[in-house]
Design a binder for this molecule. Structure first.
Ligand code: NAD
Ligand code: AHE
Ligand code: ZN
Length: 370
Protein backbone atom coordinates (compact mmCIF):
# COMPACT_ATOMS: atom_id res chain seq x y z
CA UNK A 1 0.00 0.00 0.00
CA UNK A 2 0.99 3.63 -0.30
CA UNK A 3 1.32 5.75 2.87
CA UNK A 4 2.80 9.09 3.91
CA UNK A 5 6.04 9.31 5.85
CA UNK A 6 8.82 11.64 6.93
CA UNK A 7 12.00 10.05 5.59
CA UNK A 8 15.52 10.67 6.94
CA UNK A 9 17.44 10.56 3.66
CA UNK A 10 20.82 11.39 5.18
CA UNK A 11 22.37 12.50 8.48
CA UNK A 12 22.17 16.17 9.34
CA UNK A 13 19.42 16.99 6.81
CA UNK A 14 15.77 17.80 7.57
CA UNK A 15 13.28 14.95 7.09
CA UNK A 16 11.52 14.77 3.70
CA UNK A 17 7.80 14.13 3.79
CA UNK A 18 6.79 11.90 0.90
CA UNK A 19 4.59 9.02 -0.22
CA UNK A 20 6.22 5.63 0.41
CA UNK A 21 5.28 2.02 -0.37
CA UNK A 22 4.64 -0.35 2.54
CA UNK A 23 4.33 -4.12 2.18
CA UNK A 24 1.75 -5.98 4.27
CA UNK A 25 2.69 -7.85 7.46
CA UNK A 26 4.48 -11.20 7.13
CA UNK A 27 4.10 -14.06 9.62
CA UNK A 28 4.23 -12.79 13.22
CA UNK A 29 3.90 -9.17 12.08
CA UNK A 30 1.17 -6.56 12.37
CA UNK A 31 0.37 -3.45 10.33
CA UNK A 32 -0.47 -0.40 12.46
CA UNK A 33 -2.05 2.87 11.41
CA UNK A 34 -0.09 5.38 13.49
CA UNK A 35 -2.41 8.07 14.85
CA UNK A 36 0.15 10.16 16.73
CA UNK A 37 3.88 10.20 17.49
CA UNK A 38 6.09 12.19 19.81
CA UNK A 39 9.52 13.49 18.77
CA UNK A 40 12.15 12.29 21.28
CA UNK A 41 15.69 13.61 21.57
CA UNK A 42 16.87 10.16 20.45
CA UNK A 43 15.28 10.76 17.02
CA UNK A 44 17.30 13.98 16.81
CA UNK A 45 20.44 12.11 18.02
CA UNK A 46 20.12 9.59 15.19
CA UNK A 47 19.18 12.19 12.56
CA UNK A 48 22.21 14.28 13.57
CA UNK A 49 24.59 11.44 12.66
CA UNK A 50 25.81 10.93 16.26
CA UNK A 51 24.25 7.44 16.56
CA UNK A 52 26.74 4.65 15.80
CA UNK A 53 23.74 2.54 14.79
CA UNK A 54 22.22 5.27 12.59
CA UNK A 55 21.37 4.06 9.08
CA UNK A 56 19.91 5.98 6.13
CA UNK A 57 17.55 6.31 4.38
CA UNK A 58 15.25 5.39 7.25
CA UNK A 59 11.90 6.28 8.74
CA UNK A 60 12.63 7.45 12.29
CA UNK A 61 10.17 7.81 15.21
CA UNK A 62 9.67 5.45 18.15
CA UNK A 63 7.10 7.18 20.41
CA UNK A 64 3.77 6.35 18.79
CA UNK A 65 0.23 5.11 19.26
CA UNK A 66 -2.18 3.70 16.72
CA UNK A 67 -4.65 1.06 15.58
CA UNK A 68 -4.06 -2.43 14.20
CA UNK A 69 -5.24 -2.55 10.57
CA UNK A 70 -3.93 -5.97 9.45
CA UNK A 71 -2.38 -9.00 11.14
CA UNK A 72 0.02 -11.48 9.58
CA UNK A 73 -0.14 -15.25 9.73
CA UNK A 74 0.16 -16.75 13.21
CA UNK A 75 -0.55 -13.54 15.14
CA UNK A 76 -2.65 -14.48 18.17
CA UNK A 77 -2.45 -11.66 20.71
CA UNK A 78 -3.75 -8.82 18.53
CA UNK A 79 -6.64 -8.27 16.14
CA UNK A 80 -7.78 -5.59 13.72
CA UNK A 81 -9.12 -2.58 15.64
CA UNK A 82 -6.91 -3.05 18.71
CA UNK A 83 -5.24 0.11 19.99
CA UNK A 84 -1.49 -0.31 20.42
CA UNK A 85 1.70 1.42 21.47
CA UNK A 86 4.86 0.39 19.54
CA UNK A 87 7.72 -0.91 21.70
CA UNK A 88 11.35 -0.33 20.78
CA UNK A 89 12.10 -2.71 23.62
CA UNK A 90 9.89 -5.70 22.79
CA UNK A 91 8.76 -8.39 25.21
CA UNK A 92 8.78 -11.89 23.71
CA UNK A 93 8.38 -13.53 27.14
CA UNK A 94 10.56 -16.45 25.96
CA UNK A 95 14.21 -15.35 25.51
CA UNK A 96 16.84 -15.66 28.27
CA UNK A 97 16.49 -11.94 28.95
CA UNK A 98 12.70 -11.99 29.29
CA UNK A 99 13.00 -14.99 31.59
CA UNK A 100 15.50 -13.15 33.84
CA UNK A 101 13.72 -10.78 36.23
CA UNK A 102 16.83 -8.58 36.39
CA UNK A 103 16.36 -7.03 32.93
CA UNK A 104 13.78 -5.70 30.47
CA UNK A 105 16.14 -5.94 27.49
CA UNK A 106 14.38 -8.62 25.40
CA UNK A 107 16.89 -9.70 22.77
CA UNK A 108 14.56 -11.74 20.53
CA UNK A 109 14.83 -9.30 17.60
CA UNK A 110 17.57 -6.87 18.76
CA UNK A 111 20.10 -7.66 16.03
CA UNK A 112 17.76 -7.20 13.05
CA UNK A 113 16.20 -4.16 14.75
CA UNK A 114 19.65 -2.55 14.90
CA UNK A 115 20.10 -3.24 11.18
CA UNK A 116 16.86 -1.44 10.32
CA UNK A 117 15.02 -4.54 9.13
CA UNK A 118 12.26 -6.88 10.26
CA UNK A 119 13.21 -10.21 11.89
CA UNK A 120 13.32 -11.94 8.46
CA UNK A 121 16.09 -9.53 7.40
CA UNK A 122 14.03 -7.43 4.97
CA UNK A 123 12.38 -4.01 5.09
CA UNK A 124 8.66 -3.44 4.46
CA UNK A 125 9.26 0.18 3.32
CA UNK A 126 10.50 1.47 -0.03
CA UNK A 127 10.33 4.67 -2.03
CA UNK A 128 7.91 4.93 -4.92
CA UNK A 129 10.89 4.36 -7.27
CA UNK A 130 11.67 1.09 -5.45
CA UNK A 131 14.65 2.29 -3.33
CA UNK A 132 14.54 0.45 0.02
CA UNK A 133 13.97 2.49 3.19
CA UNK A 134 15.05 1.11 6.57
CA UNK A 135 13.00 0.77 9.75
CA UNK A 136 14.18 2.53 12.95
CA UNK A 137 14.25 1.06 16.47
CA UNK A 138 11.77 -1.47 15.11
CA UNK A 139 9.04 1.19 15.13
CA UNK A 140 9.23 3.91 12.40
CA UNK A 141 6.37 5.95 13.81
CA UNK A 142 7.11 8.90 11.49
CA UNK A 143 5.00 7.00 8.94
CA UNK A 144 1.20 7.01 8.89
CA UNK A 145 1.33 3.20 8.59
CA UNK A 146 4.07 0.87 9.77
CA UNK A 147 4.68 -2.85 10.18
CA UNK A 148 5.97 -4.26 13.45
CA UNK A 149 6.54 -7.65 15.07
CA UNK A 150 3.64 -8.74 17.30
CA UNK A 151 6.01 -8.97 20.30
CA UNK A 152 6.79 -5.25 19.93
CA UNK A 153 3.23 -3.98 20.40
CA UNK A 154 1.50 -3.25 23.70
CA UNK A 155 -2.29 -3.53 23.51
CA UNK A 156 -3.91 -0.62 25.37
CA UNK A 157 -7.44 0.46 26.25
CA UNK A 158 -9.49 2.04 23.45
CA UNK A 159 -10.70 5.14 25.32
CA UNK A 160 -7.20 6.64 25.78
CA UNK A 161 -6.32 9.58 23.47
CA UNK A 162 -3.61 8.66 20.95
CA UNK A 163 -2.13 12.17 20.91
CA UNK A 164 -1.32 11.90 24.63
CA UNK A 165 -0.54 8.22 25.20
CA UNK A 166 1.98 8.12 22.34
CA UNK A 167 4.36 9.77 24.85
CA UNK A 168 4.12 6.61 27.00
CA UNK A 169 5.89 4.85 24.09
CA UNK A 170 9.15 6.41 25.30
CA UNK A 171 9.44 9.56 27.45
CA UNK A 172 6.86 8.91 30.15
CA UNK A 173 7.79 5.27 30.69
CA UNK A 174 11.53 5.95 30.54
CA UNK A 175 11.43 8.74 33.12
CA UNK A 176 8.98 7.21 35.58
CA UNK A 177 10.43 3.72 35.07
CA UNK A 178 13.99 4.93 35.79
CA UNK A 179 12.77 5.95 39.25
CA UNK A 180 10.46 3.05 40.02
CA UNK A 181 11.97 0.06 38.20
CA UNK A 182 15.67 0.92 37.96
CA UNK A 183 16.52 3.05 41.01
CA UNK A 184 13.62 1.78 43.16
CA UNK A 185 13.57 5.12 44.99
CA UNK A 186 12.32 5.01 48.58
CA UNK A 187 9.97 7.45 50.33
CA UNK A 188 11.89 10.40 51.77
CA UNK A 189 14.82 10.20 49.31
CA UNK A 190 16.79 13.19 48.06
CA UNK A 191 17.38 13.24 44.30
CA UNK A 192 19.02 15.32 41.59
CA UNK A 193 17.78 15.26 37.98
CA UNK A 194 20.07 16.61 35.24
CA UNK A 195 18.19 17.79 32.14
CA UNK A 196 14.61 18.98 32.49
CA UNK A 197 13.36 17.97 29.05
CA UNK A 198 10.85 15.36 27.94
CA UNK A 199 12.60 12.63 29.95
CA UNK A 200 13.84 14.57 32.98
CA UNK A 201 10.36 15.94 33.74
CA UNK A 202 9.05 12.40 33.86
CA UNK A 203 11.86 11.45 36.23
CA UNK A 204 10.64 14.31 38.42
CA UNK A 205 7.06 13.08 38.11
CA UNK A 206 8.26 9.57 39.08
CA UNK A 207 10.17 10.93 42.08
CA UNK A 208 7.05 12.69 43.32
CA UNK A 209 5.06 9.45 42.91
CA UNK A 210 7.77 7.59 44.86
CA UNK A 211 7.58 10.10 47.71
CA UNK A 212 10.99 11.77 47.41
CA UNK A 213 11.50 14.63 49.89
CA UNK A 214 13.94 16.71 47.84
CA UNK A 215 13.95 16.88 44.03
CA UNK A 216 16.71 19.08 42.64
CA UNK A 217 16.51 19.88 38.92
CA UNK A 218 19.57 21.00 36.92
CA UNK A 219 19.32 22.60 33.49
CA UNK A 220 21.25 25.20 31.50
CA UNK A 221 17.97 26.56 30.18
CA UNK A 222 16.16 28.62 32.85
CA UNK A 223 12.93 28.40 30.82
CA UNK A 224 12.63 24.75 31.92
CA UNK A 225 12.21 25.74 35.57
CA UNK A 226 8.48 26.52 35.71
CA UNK A 227 7.32 23.22 34.21
CA UNK A 228 9.68 21.25 36.44
CA UNK A 229 8.29 22.99 39.53
CA UNK A 230 4.78 22.13 38.37
CA UNK A 231 5.79 18.44 38.36
CA UNK A 232 7.42 18.47 41.80
CA UNK A 233 10.94 19.95 41.55
CA UNK A 234 11.84 21.51 44.92
CA UNK A 235 15.15 23.22 43.99
CA UNK A 236 16.48 24.49 40.65
CA UNK A 237 20.15 24.81 39.75
CA UNK A 238 21.41 26.47 36.58
CA UNK A 239 25.06 25.39 36.19
CA UNK A 240 25.71 28.76 34.53
CA UNK A 241 24.89 30.49 37.83
CA UNK A 242 27.19 28.32 39.97
CA UNK A 243 30.57 29.96 40.33
CA UNK A 244 32.47 27.19 42.14
CA UNK A 245 32.53 23.43 41.76
CA UNK A 246 29.17 22.00 40.68
CA UNK A 247 29.60 18.73 42.61
CA UNK A 248 30.39 20.58 45.85
CA UNK A 249 27.38 22.84 45.29
CA UNK A 250 25.01 19.90 44.84
CA UNK A 251 26.50 17.94 47.74
CA UNK A 252 25.90 20.91 50.02
CA UNK A 253 22.37 21.49 48.67
CA UNK A 254 21.41 17.86 49.32
CA UNK A 255 22.93 17.69 52.79
CA UNK A 256 25.89 15.45 51.91
CA UNK A 257 24.98 14.13 48.46
CA UNK A 258 21.84 12.76 46.83
CA UNK A 259 20.46 9.30 47.44
CA UNK A 260 19.74 9.14 43.70
CA UNK A 261 20.87 11.16 40.70
CA UNK A 262 19.66 10.83 37.10
CA UNK A 263 21.31 12.01 33.88
CA UNK A 264 18.75 12.97 31.22
CA UNK A 265 21.11 15.08 29.09
CA UNK A 266 23.30 12.57 27.23
CA UNK A 267 26.37 14.69 28.09
CA UNK A 268 29.23 12.58 29.53
CA UNK A 269 30.62 15.45 31.64
CA UNK A 270 27.18 15.83 33.23
CA UNK A 271 27.12 12.06 33.84
CA UNK A 272 30.35 12.41 35.85
CA UNK A 273 28.92 15.27 37.89
CA UNK A 274 25.79 13.19 38.51
CA UNK A 275 27.81 10.23 39.79
CA UNK A 276 29.99 12.39 42.02
CA UNK A 277 26.99 14.29 43.45
CA UNK A 278 25.57 10.99 44.72
CA UNK A 279 26.00 10.37 48.45
CA UNK A 280 29.17 8.65 49.67
CA UNK A 281 28.45 5.14 50.85
CA UNK A 282 25.08 4.58 49.14
CA UNK A 283 24.24 7.12 46.43
CA UNK A 284 23.16 5.68 43.09
CA UNK A 285 23.45 7.47 39.75
CA UNK A 286 21.31 6.35 36.82
CA UNK A 287 22.32 7.16 33.24
CA UNK A 288 19.35 7.68 30.95
CA UNK A 289 20.89 10.05 28.38
CA UNK A 290 22.26 8.64 25.15
CA UNK A 291 25.78 9.85 24.28
CA UNK A 292 27.27 10.35 20.81
CA UNK A 293 29.49 7.81 19.05
CA UNK A 294 32.95 7.81 20.60
CA UNK A 295 31.96 9.53 23.86
CA UNK A 296 33.09 7.81 27.06
CA UNK A 297 32.36 8.27 30.76
CA UNK A 298 35.10 8.76 33.36
CA UNK A 299 35.48 9.17 37.10
CA UNK A 300 38.05 8.26 39.73
CA UNK A 301 37.48 4.62 40.71
CA UNK A 302 37.64 5.92 44.30
CA UNK A 303 34.13 7.33 43.72
CA UNK A 304 32.85 3.76 43.34
CA UNK A 305 35.18 2.30 45.97
CA UNK A 306 33.55 4.67 48.43
CA UNK A 307 30.10 3.29 47.76
CA UNK A 308 28.56 5.21 44.89
CA UNK A 309 26.84 3.07 42.25
CA UNK A 310 26.73 3.86 38.55
CA UNK A 311 23.98 2.26 36.49
CA UNK A 312 21.94 2.79 33.35
CA UNK A 313 18.44 2.22 32.14
CA UNK A 314 16.73 1.63 28.78
CA UNK A 315 12.99 2.30 28.46
CA UNK A 316 12.94 2.80 32.22
CA UNK A 317 13.43 -0.90 32.85
CA UNK A 318 9.85 -1.47 31.66
CA UNK A 319 8.59 -4.70 30.11
CA UNK A 320 6.44 -3.07 27.50
CA UNK A 321 3.56 -5.48 26.85
CA UNK A 322 3.06 -5.89 30.60
CA UNK A 323 3.83 -2.41 31.96
CA UNK A 324 2.72 0.00 29.22
CA UNK A 325 -1.04 -0.82 29.44
CA UNK A 326 -0.78 -0.14 33.20
CA UNK A 327 0.88 3.23 32.64
CA UNK A 328 -1.92 4.13 30.23
CA UNK A 329 -4.35 3.29 33.08
CA UNK A 330 -2.36 5.52 35.48
CA UNK A 331 -2.79 8.38 33.01
CA UNK A 332 -6.50 7.74 32.48
CA UNK A 333 -7.03 7.49 36.27
CA UNK A 334 -5.21 10.80 36.87
CA UNK A 335 -2.30 9.19 38.76
CA UNK A 336 0.19 10.73 36.36
CA UNK A 337 -0.03 13.80 34.13
CA UNK A 338 0.98 14.02 30.49
CA UNK A 339 -0.98 16.85 28.87
CA UNK A 340 1.08 19.88 30.09
CA UNK A 341 4.30 18.34 28.79
CA UNK A 342 2.93 18.15 25.25
CA UNK A 343 3.71 21.73 24.40
CA UNK A 344 3.27 21.54 20.61
CA UNK A 345 1.06 19.58 18.20
CA UNK A 346 2.06 19.42 14.53
CA UNK A 347 1.00 17.84 11.26
CA UNK A 348 3.35 15.35 9.57
CA UNK A 349 4.00 17.92 6.83
CA UNK A 350 5.45 20.24 9.52
CA UNK A 351 7.43 17.62 11.46
CA UNK A 352 10.74 19.47 10.97
CA UNK A 353 9.35 22.33 13.08
CA UNK A 354 9.31 19.88 15.99
CA UNK A 355 13.09 19.39 15.61
CA UNK A 356 13.60 23.16 15.32
CA UNK A 357 11.62 23.74 18.55
CA UNK A 358 13.75 21.11 20.31
CA UNK A 359 17.00 22.72 19.07
CA UNK A 360 15.84 26.12 20.32
CA UNK A 361 14.84 24.62 23.72
CA UNK A 362 11.28 25.92 23.29
CA UNK A 363 9.35 22.64 23.54
CA UNK A 364 9.07 19.80 26.00
CA UNK A 365 7.34 17.33 23.68
CA UNK A 366 6.12 18.02 20.17
CA UNK A 367 3.56 15.49 18.97
CA UNK A 368 2.70 14.84 15.33
CA UNK A 369 -0.96 13.99 14.83
CA UNK A 370 -1.81 12.18 11.58
P1 NAD B 1 15.29 17.12 25.63
O1 NAD B 1 16.02 17.81 24.55
O2 NAD B 1 13.83 17.27 25.75
O3 NAD B 1 15.91 17.54 27.05
C1 NAD B 1 17.29 17.62 27.33
C2 NAD B 1 17.45 18.69 28.40
O4 NAD B 1 18.79 18.66 28.86
C3 NAD B 1 17.18 20.10 27.90
O5 NAD B 1 16.27 20.76 28.75
C4 NAD B 1 18.54 20.77 27.89
O6 NAD B 1 18.47 22.16 28.16
C5 NAD B 1 19.22 20.00 29.03
N1 NAD B 1 20.69 20.00 28.95
C6 NAD B 1 21.46 19.77 27.85
N2 NAD B 1 22.77 19.86 28.19
C7 NAD B 1 22.82 20.12 29.51
C8 NAD B 1 23.88 20.32 30.43
N3 NAD B 1 25.16 20.24 30.05
N4 NAD B 1 23.58 20.57 31.73
C9 NAD B 1 22.29 20.65 32.12
N5 NAD B 1 21.22 20.49 31.29
C10 NAD B 1 21.50 20.23 30.00
O7 NAD B 1 15.67 15.56 25.49
P2 NAD B 1 14.85 14.31 26.06
O8 NAD B 1 13.89 13.84 25.03
O9 NAD B 1 14.40 14.61 27.44
O10 NAD B 1 16.03 13.22 26.12
C11 NAD B 1 17.06 13.35 27.08
C12 NAD B 1 18.12 12.29 26.87
O11 NAD B 1 17.59 11.00 27.17
C13 NAD B 1 18.62 12.19 25.42
O12 NAD B 1 20.00 11.89 25.46
C14 NAD B 1 17.83 11.00 24.87
O13 NAD B 1 18.48 10.42 23.75
C15 NAD B 1 17.83 10.11 26.08
N6 NAD B 1 16.80 9.05 26.14
C16 NAD B 1 17.17 7.86 26.66
C17 NAD B 1 16.23 6.85 26.83
C18 NAD B 1 16.61 5.54 27.43
O14 NAD B 1 15.84 4.58 27.32
N7 NAD B 1 17.77 5.42 28.06
C19 NAD B 1 14.90 7.08 26.43
C20 NAD B 1 14.56 8.32 25.91
C21 NAD B 1 15.52 9.31 25.77
N1 AHE C 1 22.03 3.21 19.15
C1 AHE C 1 22.70 3.92 20.22
C2 AHE C 1 22.08 3.74 21.56
C3 AHE C 1 20.67 4.26 21.60
C4 AHE C 1 20.06 3.85 22.92
O1 AHE C 1 20.73 3.72 23.94
N2 AHE C 1 18.77 3.64 22.88
C5 AHE C 1 18.01 3.35 24.10
C6 AHE C 1 16.65 3.88 23.92
S1 AHE C 1 16.64 5.62 23.66
C7 AHE C 1 15.01 5.91 23.43
O2 AHE C 1 14.79 7.23 23.23
C8 AHE C 1 17.87 1.83 24.29
O3 AHE C 1 16.81 1.27 24.45
N3 AHE C 1 18.98 1.17 24.32
C9 AHE C 1 19.02 -0.25 24.45
C10 AHE C 1 19.20 -0.90 23.11
O4 AHE C 1 19.24 -2.13 23.05
O5 AHE C 1 19.28 -0.16 22.10
C11 AHE C 1 24.17 3.52 20.29
O6 AHE C 1 24.91 4.21 21.01
O7 AHE C 1 24.57 2.57 19.59
ZN1 ZN D 1 12.87 8.12 23.00
Amino acid sequence: MRTRAAVALEAGKPLEVMDVELDGPKAGEVMVEIKATGICHTDEFTLSGADPEGLFPAILGHEGAGVVVEVGEGVTSLEVGDHVIPLYTPECRECDYCLNPKTNLCQAIRSTQGQGVMPDGTSRFRMTDGTPILHYMGCSTFANHTVMPEIALAKVRRDAPFEKICYIGCGVTTGIGAVINTAKVEIGSRAVVFGLGGIGLNVIQGLRLAGADQIVGVDLNPDKRAMAERFGMTDFVNPGDVSGDMVAHLVELTGGGADYTFDATGNVDVMRTALEAAHKGWGESVIIGVAPAGAEIATRPFQLVTGRVWRGTAFGGARGRTDVPRIVDWYMDGKIEIDPMITHTLSLENINEGFDLMHRGESIRSVVVY
